[in-house]
Design a protein around this ligand. Structure first.
Ligand code: NAD
Length: 494
C-alpha cells in the first residue's frame, strides 16, 4: 500500500516511525498509509524552511510573482486530477471538489499581485529635510495547520499569501486527507518555487506541538475546530508567536415572511447539505420568522427527498459520505437525541440505507428545535438542518447574537431596509443578504467573530498581507555635515 510521504526541502521523505491509515470514505476501505512525523521530522522541516528563507526573501518580487502566475495555470490544467484526489480521500462529489479548487485559485491570483500588495508608504518632508517611508518584510518561518474539510482551499488560504510575502512555510495538513497538500507542493515546485520554501509534514498533536514549541516558527495560521483553535491560539501566543486560529461555526439563516420561500428553501438545502454539511460556512440553523415555518419546512422536505447521495465519483451524486466512521456515529447521535430534546424529526437520515460500507448517512431535518438543545448549541458538522421558529426579526437576530459562534450568517428578505439593519447589528464576521454561503471573494478577507476566530487577523486577502509581514518604518535625512551638532533633547519636528 502506497505511503504518503512528507515533503521536506523538495525531497519526498517516507521514513516513518508511525503510520496511519487513510480511507476512501465512499467505500470505507483503507487506500493509503500516511507517514506520521516524529519530533525530529518536524524539526527537519522547520530547519529546511529556515535554510530556504534568506534566498527566498532576496528573490525579486517579479520572480516571486512568476511562480504564482505559473501555479495558476498548473492548478487550472490539473483540476480534474486534483479533484479526484480530494474526492477519494474526503468523499465530497467531484464538482464540489473542483469548486473548492476554483475558490483556492482566487488566493493564488491575489498573491500574484504581490508587487502592489507589498508596496510601502512614503511621506516627504515630515520635518525639515526629513523623509519617512515604510516597507513590509516577511515574518520568517510560518506554520500552516489545516482541517480535513477543504484539503485544497484552506492550505491555499494560507500558503499563497505567506509565500508571496517572502516567508517560508511548514504546512501540516489534516491527516484524514493529506494527499492534496503533497500534490500542491509538487505543483508549486513545477511552477518554479525553490526547494524548502514550502514543506509538508503529516501528523497529529506531536507535529503541531513541535511547531508551536519551535523558536524558529514565527507565525501560526490554524483552521479547525474551536477547542483546538483556542488551545493553539493560547499556546502560540504564550510562545511569542503571531497567531490566527479559525474555529467552528453554527451558521443561522433567517427567513423573513416577505422572502420568496422557494428560493429560500433551495438556498437552505444547498447550504445545509452540500459537502454533507462538512463546511464551516454550512447553514445549520434556519430561523423561520413570523409564521413561515410550516410552508418553509414542507418546501425544504420536498427538496431533501430528491437529493442523490452516493459515491462522489458518480456524476449523479449530489452529496457524498462523511469523512470517517466516527464522524458518522457522532452526527447520527445528534439525530438520535433530537426528539428527546423536544425537536420534531421531520426527516431522519439514519433511516436511509446504502448498499456499501462507506461512511454514508442520509440527510436529517429537525423542526421546532429549542435553543437549549445540543442540536442547536453544538457544531454537528454533518447533514443535519435545525429549524427554529421565532415571532419576529428581533428575536431571530437575538438568537444569532447570543450564540457562541459567529462565523457566517444570512438573511432572506425582499426588504432592503431590514437587510441593512441586519448587516449593521448582527454579530458575525461574514454576512449574506439572500446569499446563503457568503464566503468572501479572494480580494477580501475571511473570518468569523466570537468563538469562530481567535486572534485579530482574518485569513487570506488584505489582512493576510498584514499578518504575514512585519512593517519597518525608516526615517531619513541628508543634512550637510557642517550643520551637525550635539543636541541631547528628544528630537522634535521643525
Ligand atoms: P480539527 O480541529 O480536528 O483538526 C484541525 C487540525 O488540527 C488538523 O490538522 C489536526 O491534525 C490538528 N489537530 C487535531 N487535534 C489536535 C490536537 N489535540 N492538538 C494539535 N493539533 C490537533 O478539525 P477538523 O475535524 O479537521 O475540521 C473540522 C473543523 O474545522 C470544524 O469545526 C470546522 O468548522 C472547522 N473549520 C473552520 C473553518 C473556518 O474558516 N472557521 C474552515 C474550515 C473548517
Amino acid at each position: 500500500m502506497a505511503l504518503i510521504p512528507h515533503v521536506i526541502g523538495g525531497e519526498k521523505i517516507d521514513a516513518a516511525e508511525r503510520t496511519q491509515p487513510v480511507f476512501n470514505p465512499a467505500t470505507g476501505e483503507q487506500q493509503h498509509q500516511l507517514a506520521i512525523a516524529s519530533v525530529e521530522t518536524v524539526e527537519q522541516a522547520i530547519a529546511a524552511a529556515k535554510a530556504a528563507l534568506p534566498a527566498w526573501r532576496r528573490t525579486s518580487l517579479t520572480k516571486r510573482a512568476d511562480v504564482f502566475f505559473n501555479l495558476r495555470q498548473l492548478l487550472k490544467q490539473r483540476t480534474p486530477e486534483l479533484s479526484a484526489i480530494v474526492t477519494s480521500e474526503h468523499g465530497k462529489v467531484l464538482s464540489d471538489a473542483a469548486g473548492e479548487i476554483s475558490r483556492g485559485l482566487e488566493n493564488v491570483e491575489f498573491a500574484s499581485g504581490l508587487l502592489h500588495l507589498l508596496k510601502g508608504e512614503r511621506d516627504e518632508q515630515v520635518s525639515t529635510g526629513v523623509d519617512v517611508h515604510s516597507v513590509k518584510q516577511p515574518v520568517g518561518v510560518v506554520a500552516a495547520i489545516t482541517p480535513f474539510n477543504f484539503p485544497v482551499m484552506v492550505p491555499l488560504w494560507m500558503v499563497a499569501s505567506a509565500i508571496a510575502c517572502g516567508n517560508t512555510v511548514v504546512l501540516k495538513p489534516s491527516e484524514r486527507d493529506p494527499s492534496a497538500s503533497v500534490f500542491i507542493a509538487d505543483l508549486f515546485r513545477e511552477a518554479g518555487l525553490p526547494d524548502g520554501v514550502l514543506n509538508v509534514v503529516h501528523g497529529d498533536k506531536v507535529a503541531v506541538d513541535t511547531l508551536l514549541g519551535s523558536d524558529d516558527v514565527k507565525a501560526v495560521s490554524f483552521v479547525g475546530s474551536t477547542p483546538i483553535a483556542k488551545s493553539i491560539y493560547e499556546r502560540a501566543a504564550a510562545n511569542g508567536k503571531r497567531v490566527q486560529a479559525l474555529g467552528g461555526a453554527k451558521n443561522h439563516m433567517i427567513v423573513m415572511p416577505d422572502a420568496d420561500l422557494n428560493m429560500a428553501a433551495d438556498a437552505a438545502v444547498s447550504a445545509a447539505y452540500g459537502s454533507a454539511g462538512e463546511r464551516c460556512m454550512a447553514v445549520s440553523v434556519v430561523v423561520a420568522v413570523g409564521g413561515v415555518g410550516d410552508e418553509l419546512v414542507s418546501k425544504i422536505a420536498e427538496r431533501v427527498k430528491e437529493l442523490k447521495i452516493g459515491d462522489g465519483t458518480d456524476p449523479a451524486s449530489e452529496m457524498g459520505p462523511l469523512i470517517t466512521a466516527e464522524a458518522k456515529a457522532r452526527v447520527e447521535s445528534y439525530v438520535a437525541g433530537a426528539a428527546d430534546e423536544g425537536g420534531t424529526v421531520v426527516i431522519d437520515g439514519r433511516e436511509q440505507r446504502f448498499d456499501n460500507d462507506g461512511f454514508f448517512t442520509g440527510v436529517s431535518l429537525i423542526d421546532n428545535v429549542s435553543t437549549d438543545s445540543k442540536v442547536y448549541r453544538d457544531e454537528i458538522f454533518g447533514p443535519v438542518l435545525a429549524v427554529v421558529r421565532v415571532d419576529s426579526y428581533d428575536d431571530g437576530v437575538q438568537l444569532i447574537n447570543d450564540h457562541q459562534f459567529g462565523n457566517g450568517t444570512a438573511i432572506f428578505t425582499r426588504d432592503g431596509g431590514l437587510a441593512r439593519q441586519f448587516e449593521f447589528e448582527v454579530e458575525a464576521g461574514m454576512v449574506g443578504i439572500n446569499v446563503p454561503i457568503p464566503v468572501p471573494v479572494g480580494s477580501f478577507s475571511f473570518g468569523g467573530w466570537k468563538d469562530s476566530l481567535f486572534g485579530d487577523s482574518h485569513i487570506y486577502g488584505p489582512e493576510s498581507i498584514h499578518f504575514y509581514t512585519r512593517s519597518k518604518v525608516i526615517t531619513t535625512r541628508w543634512p550637510s555635515p557642517e550643520q551637525s551638532k550635539v543636541d541631547l533633547g528628544f528630537p522634535g519636528n521643525s
